[in-house]
Design a protein around this ligand. Structure first.
Ligand code: FAD
Ligand code: SF4
Length: 463
């Protein structure tokens, strides 16, 4: 008999095999497994899981449809709140959101909500279920800057309301971090990401790539010369931060963003592409978030021994629990409570190692987490040939610098209202990482949705 306190286990590639390939790690549920897992949901009347979901998906509603075997109906329920379910089912931090508050989790393991969402999205794709464009447009034009989760969601919601939406994307491929940041082994590009982008296009959204707003065209030109009635900025936070320690300019030091972009967008990991990438033998990744785990697991797959160097303890690691678990299974070594103080170089200016210091946790800081404090006299050296810095990112100031009247805060984030995305410039709305700084896919989607609401209200009142 099924043990209702435990999740139906999900099939995964064997850690030893997957450490040497870029294929997806998690293989997802079969129909039978999904229906079994769905039967664990208590269909709570006061469904706490929904409160934990930033876009309030009707979780018991779609899980009930899975249990009944009506997967198309389940997809319909999810589509009311989310345009990117195959992505969210794979990368949302469910353990701190929906699954973190699931009632099943009180006396056992939470329902596998993320894996069920992913199952429904994959089933829909495999069965050719596509969204329908509205029959006619309302003649109003909206420009969306950036094709990450915030821009795609805003564009999709506005298209459903009848707006003519054009997304302007700086890179040669749409998708934002979903394409250039998160690796193939976690989020397959051709099957998953491109299909969800195609679904947004099927709603009538146009995507123009290779357009850098602030260089190719300005926001004022879009509004005054190109006939757009409103603009949504979803340009993300792509500017990497560094530590400012000696030796950080050495050859062999990378930002995680550059490293991952070479691998994911420019396909450097594939033998049939010419893009160069540092396939070091001894690599340290500095940081403890999802980005650090992705960089570390990419370096491992390129043949390196990899260390994660993080200044706090395991409990404070900001990455999704599943990524930390997978990284450990694959053989990544975690040097916790450790902080770099200097990158060591050889006579030719290449990285040869890193001097670090051991840390201990002191009193809580402004973030509520215990502050890491250096332990005097505990310095030691690591022998390395590559260092990847993964310390967070901030928004690129290009758009704010070319848009008079658009206010930013001291972290260079665009100032915008949370529930409408309204900025300090008339007709301009913003959301996602460009407003919050680096955050999550689902929060960016929620901000895109808020921006669409704000633009609809603004243009309806202008009529
Ligand atoms: C490696 C990595 C792993 C991550 N893992 C997770 C995870 O597991 N779970 C999770 O929830 N979140 C994760 N995140 C965070 C998440 O991906 C982001 O919070 C989210 O993508 C932000 O969405 P966005 O739409 O605001 O911006 P982005 O996804 O950054 O998209 C912004 C887009 O705007 C374009 N753009 C920028 N400037 C211009 C311009 N001037 N003109 C035109 N286009 C422009 C960019 O090229 C980009 O395509 C990860 C991030 C990274 C980098
Ligand atoms: S809280 Fe858990 S058990 Fe209750 S409805 Fe949500 S997923 Fe089902």
């Amino acid at each position: 008999m099924m043990d209702m306190t435990k999740k139906v286990p999900v099939r995964e590639q064997d850690p030893k095999v997957r450490a040497a390939n870029f294929d997806e790690v998690c293989l997802g549920y079969s129909q039978e497994e999904a229906m079994q897992e769905a039967s664990r949901c208590l269909k709570c009347r006061n469904a706490r899981c929904m409160g934990g979901c930033p876009v309030s998906i009707n979780i018991p509603g779609f899980i009930k449809e899975i249990e009944n075997g009506d997967f198309e109906a389940a997809a319909g329920v999810i589509a009311q709140a989310s345009a990117l379910p195959a992505v969210c089912g794979r990368v949302c931090p469910q353990e701190t959101q929906c699954e973190g508050v699931c009632v099943r989790g009180i006396k056992g393991e939470a329902v596998s909500i993320g894996k069920l969402e992913r199952f429904v999205a994959d089933w829909s794709r495999e069965h050719g279920i596509v969204p329908k464009a509205p029959e006619k447009t309302n003649g109003r034009k909206v420009a969306v800057i950036g094709s990450g989760p915030s821009g795609l969601t805003c564009a999709g919601d506005l298209a459903k309301l009848g707006y003519e939406v054009t997304i302007f994307e700086a890179l040669h491929q749409p998708g934002g971090v979903l394409i250039y940041g998160i690796p193939e082994f976690r989020l397959p590009k051709d099957t998953v990401v491109k299909t969800e982008i195609e679904n947004v296009k099927k709603l009538g959204v146009k995507i123009e790539t290779d357009v850098i707003v602030g260089k190719s065209v300005t926001i004022d030109q879009l509004l005054e010369e190109e006939g757009f009635d409103a603009v949504f900025i979803g340009s993300g936070a792509g500017l990497p931060m560094f530590m400012g320690i000696p030796g950080e300019n050495a050859n062999g030091v990378f930002s995680a963003n550059e490293y991952l972009t070479r691998s994911n967008l420019m396909k450097a990991y594939r033998d049939d592409y010419d893009t160069p990438i540092a396939a070091g033998k001894k690599v340290a990744v500095v940081g403890g978030g999802n980005v650090a785990m992705d960089a570390a697991r990419t370096a491992l797959r390129l043949g390196a021994d990899v260390h994660i160097v993080y200044r706090r303890s395991e409990a404070e690691l900001p990455a999704r629990a599943e990524e930390v678990h997978h990284a450990k299974e694959e053989g990544i070594i975690f040097d916790l409570l450790t902080n770099p103080v200097e990158i060591l170089t050889n006579e030719k200016g290449w990285v040869r190692g890193m001097r670090c210091i051991r840390m201990e946790l002191g009193e809580p800081d402004a973030s509520g987490r215990r502050r890491p404090v250096p332990i005097e006299g505990s310095e030691f050296e690591m022998e390395l040939d590559t260092v990847i810095m993964s310390l967070g990112t901030s928004p690129n100031p290009l758009i704010s610098g070319t848009t008079p009247g658009l206010e930013t805060n001291r972290k260079k984030c665009i100032v915008a209202e949370g529930d409408t995305g309204k900025t300090t410039k008339d007709g301009v709305f913003a959301g996602g990482d460009a407003v919050t700084g680096a955050a999550t896919v689902i929060l960016a989607m929620e901000a895109g949705r808020a921006g669409a609401r704000g633009i609809h209200q603004y243009l309806s009142e202008k009529e």
